[in-house]
Each structure stands twice: as structure tokens, then as C-alpha cells.
Design a protein around this ligand. Sequence first.
Ligand code: FAD
Length: 334
Amino acid sequence: MIDVVVVGAGPVGLACAIEARQAGLDVVVVEKGSLVNSLVGYPSRMEFFSTPSLMEIGGHPFPTLGYKPTREEGIEYYRRVAEAEQLDIRLYSPVVRIDGERDAFRVTTESGTIDCRNVIVAVGFFDIPNKLAIPGEDLPHVIHYYKEPYPFSRQNVTIIGGKNSAAKAALDCYRHGANVTMVIRGPEITDSVKYWIKPDLINRIAEGSIAAFFNATISAIGESSVAISTPEGHHQIDTDWVLAMTGYRPDYALLETFGIDTGDDEHRTPIHDANSFETNRPGVYLAGTVCGGLKTSKWFIENGRFHAAQIVEHIVSGATKAHDLEGRHWRTAE
Ligand SMILES: Cc1cc2nc3c(=O)[nH]c(=O)nc-3n(C[C@H](O)[C@H](O)[C@H](O)COP(=O)(O)OP(=O)(O)OC[C@H]3O[C@@H](n4cnc5c(N)ncnc54)[C@H](O)[C@@H]3O)c2cc1C
């Protein structure tokens, strides 16, 4: 019986594990993929928008070559931190069930079970792309995870979406020889696009280097073309690839399997206490980006990493009441 199982080895899951260990708790992290699996899935050589100090966890400094960390520096930083903290992390072990109750949970992975007193669910939202619900969406040339521009040079590429990921993919593909068309639901490139990316994209559209349809939606995807609806009428354009940069959503089916109430507000915010992050299921906590539900911009590394202290404080204060403290070094009991 261990004190805490953390589900998910993203930046926030790792922050929770470090916080728990520093409070004297035994902790195991269980991860369905690689360490910081979501970051591994980000575009190659992408730059984070945060400066390194805002992404630090466990008080470990994050040295970087430039002003902003790259994806590769981020992945390596979290790996080194996990190593320095000697965290017990079980990789490639998806958690499929959480049975039992506080102080007597059984966490089942695809390869075994772990008994624990508390569970922190830090599963992010990067595994389920937002679907368009249109014909042709499942064709093999429709891609939801952009990695790098090279497969698309000398190709007709339609990019759906107008936010940061779409903007960066459009500029990257254009600069590596792709013929890019953007299909954007709103009337303009909004301020949600970072201030150093937005003017670049607006200027490329204005000079005609990147084509863009505004107030537009894709109504169907074919083998070699897409159908676009705009207020001015319908268009059919040739396309070899469709990059559907339409965002991602939490895995609600997984949360429900874990017994977490997935909420019914406009953002489908999973039920959790705003201070302790405890869910409707006592002893099961949510941490990180998953806490925002469909409002995926609410929590990120910069602010999500602080969930760790609040959750561990709540676990420890509950444990202080419930358990014999002899021989343990609970932080609040010191
Ligand atoms: C392109 C891009 C750039 C970004 N730049 C920044 C930035 O500059 N600054 C910033 O603060 N944020 C940034 N973000 C957001 C940031 O990356 C996320 O907020 C961060 O990854 C969230 O951490 P997390 O630990 O909550 O979730 P994640 O990092 O998504 O981690 C969740 C983990 O849970 C695992 N998991 C899921 N299901 C299971 C299961 N059933 N069993 C076991 N494990 C499971 C996943 O594999 C994953 O490793 C960016 C995001 C993107 C997409």
C-alpha cells in the first residue's frame, strides 16, 4: 500500500510526484506512453512561449540556450528532473481502472495493479482531437498532430483552424515549399495568436503567399479536394493533405471510468474542489490541464504546476487526521 499514485507523467504529474515525495509520501507515477508523452508529440524544434523559469518544477533550474526553451530542451529538462528526484515511474502502462475508496484504492494498468491511499489524475487533454463531424475526416491524409513541414513541400496543404498551432503550421509549411490554404471559422486572425506570430501570418496572407478563407468551414474532405463553405458561396479546392488543427479535448470516457463526474457546465469542467482539487470521489484528485475541461487554455504548465502543492497539502492534512504519524515526516506535522 503506497500513499499516492499519479496517473500521467506530464509536467504537472511529475510536479505532483515531486511534491508528494518532498512531503514524505511514497509515490508511483504511471504513464501510458513515454515520459512527458504530450511534449514528445509536439512539433519538432517548436519553441515554448513560456520562459524557462515559468516551466520549472521541484525547484530545479531549467537552463536553456535561448530566451525560450525548445521542445527538445523541455523533454530533456523533465527527464533530468525525474532522474534527479529518483521518481518511480512506470512507462507504457495505461491506467484503465481505479477501484475502491480513499485509503484503499486499487489502480489497474494494462500490466498489473497498484494499491494506494490516494490517486492524482494528471492525464492532460492531448490524446483526443476535436473532430469536425464531416465526411472524409477519417481519410489517411487528414492529420491532427503536426510534426514537421518536410512531407508537405510541393504539396497542396489545407490547414483547418486559426489559432496558434494552425498559424505556426501554416508559416512552417509555407516556408518549406508547400502551397498552403487556411480555412478559418472566424472573420480574422484573433489576438489568441501570439503577438510575435500574428503579424507574420497576416502579412503572408495579405501578400498572397498563404491563401485564407475567413468565416469559413469545411463541409467535406475528398481524396484530392476539400469543399469549403463561406458566406460568399462554396469552393472546391485541390488538396493533398489536410492538417486539422482544431484542438484537443480531455478523455471524458476515461474520467468517467475513473468515477469522476465530468460536469455539465458549458466547458464540461470535471467536478473538483477549486482549492484542494479533490474530485467528487474522495481521495481522487485532478491536476493540470485536465482540470479545465473543454476550456483547454485555462491551465498550462506555468500555472498547472502549482496544483501539486495544494493537492499534497490536502492529502497530508487528511492523513494527519487519519493515520498514526510516528516515523513519518509529514510536512504539515513538522
Ligand atoms: C504546441 C504547444 C505549446 C505549448 N507551449 C506551452 C508553453 O510555452 N508554456 C506552458 O505553460 N504551456 C504550454 N503548452 C501547454 C502545456 O504543454 C500543457 O499545459 C502541459 O503539457 C500540461 O501538462 P499536464 O501534465 O497537465 O498534461 P500532459 O502534459 O498532457 O500530460 C498528461 C500525461 O498523461 C498521460 N496519460 C493520459 N492518459 C493516461 C492513462 N490512462 N494512463 C496513464 N497515463 C495517461 C499522457 O500520456 C501524458 O503523458 C503548450 C502546448 C502545446 C500543444
